[in-house]
Design a protein. Structure first.
Ligand SMILES: [Zn+2]
Length: 277
């Protein structure tokens, strides 16, 4: 833990600068020069004042100046706050020795599940986060296992509310011997668009050719662990193909992602390493 904290401190200065820049780029000119709205990078905060757990949080501005906050829950689990709405991506209570108390989280407006593996799909977490208002979006297999859910297949687009759309995109393996983990066409990645801010959450995938069609991404979450997703070299290839403005390596387990900022420093991509191992 101590070593990781040092690493995070090192990235945080650059991250703050980029975040403020990104915020400024996305704002209307009338507000760009007077921003003091709590944009933060890598700040350690609880999801709610009542929550006993603390997470790294990064904030970004949308086109009309609204704030989107990403909380690094763990591995593939991301909590997103936007304009009074909460999104939970692949919420999972227990992963190895990491346990998340979702009972202390606010009920979700939208839960997005990419696929059925235990580090992405957890009925207990879904139950703890679900209220009457909650919509759950997932692939056909998880909806089948749950007995409910709004099914999205690769290529489907849904409007969740006025300035929010979600698109399901392919996520699968291409390396011989790994194809059985995530067969093509079964699982989802998602592109979430919030007031013009385009967020790509890749799910469990390798650097598939469809990534060439994933454009204008502001913030990307790309997985990096073998044998299930990408090597660090594959992640770099994927990043160069997608060219997000900000990249969060996630789902990286024991993979060393500390050299990614150096390896992508000439590509105009800001790498934010958070506790998504
Ligand atoms: Zn998986």
């Amino acid at each position: 833990m101590a070593g990781k904290n040092i690493m995070q401190k090192k990235v945080s200065c650059a991250a703050i600068a980029l975040t403020l820049l990104l915020g400024a780029c996305c704002q209307s000119p009338s507000t760009a020069s007077s921003d003091s709205s709590g944009l933060a990078a890598g700040k350690i905060v609880p999801i709610t004042p009542a929550s006993k757990e603390f997470f790294e949080m990064d904030a970004f501005k949308t086109r009309s100046g609204k704030t989107v906050q990403f909380y690094a829950v763990k591995h593939a689990s991301i909590h997103i706050d936007y304009d009074g709405k909460t999104f939970e991506i692949d919420p999972v209570v227990k992963l190895g020795d990491r346990v998340t108390d979702y009972s202390a989280f606010p009920k979700a407006d939208h839960i997005l599940v990419t696929h059925e593996h235990a580090d992405h799909f957890d009925k207990d977490a879904i139950a703890l986060l679900t209220a009457e208002k909650t919509t759950l979006i997932t692939n056909a297999r998880c909806a089948g296992m749950l007995g409910y859910g709004q099914i999205m297949a690769n290529g489907d687009i849904a409007q969740l509310f006025e300035d929010c759309t979600v698109e399901a995109v392919p996520a699968y393996n291409i390396t011989e011997g790994h194809l059985q983990f995530h067969p093509r066409g079964r699982d989802n990645g998602y592109i979430l668009t919030l007031d013009g801010l385009r967020i790509y959450i890749a799910g469990d995938t390798e650097d598939i050719p469809e990534m060439a069609q994933i454009k204008d991404i502001d913030i990307a979450f790309l997985p990096c662990n073998q044998p299930y997703t990408m090597t660090a070299d594959q992640l770099i290839k994927a990043a160069k193909l997608i060219r997000p403005r900000v990249l969060f390596p996630y789902h990286y387990s024991q993979t060393d992602v500390s050299t990614l900022p150096e390896q992508l420093k000439n590509d105009g991509i800001e790498i934010m390493i958070r506790h998504y191992e």
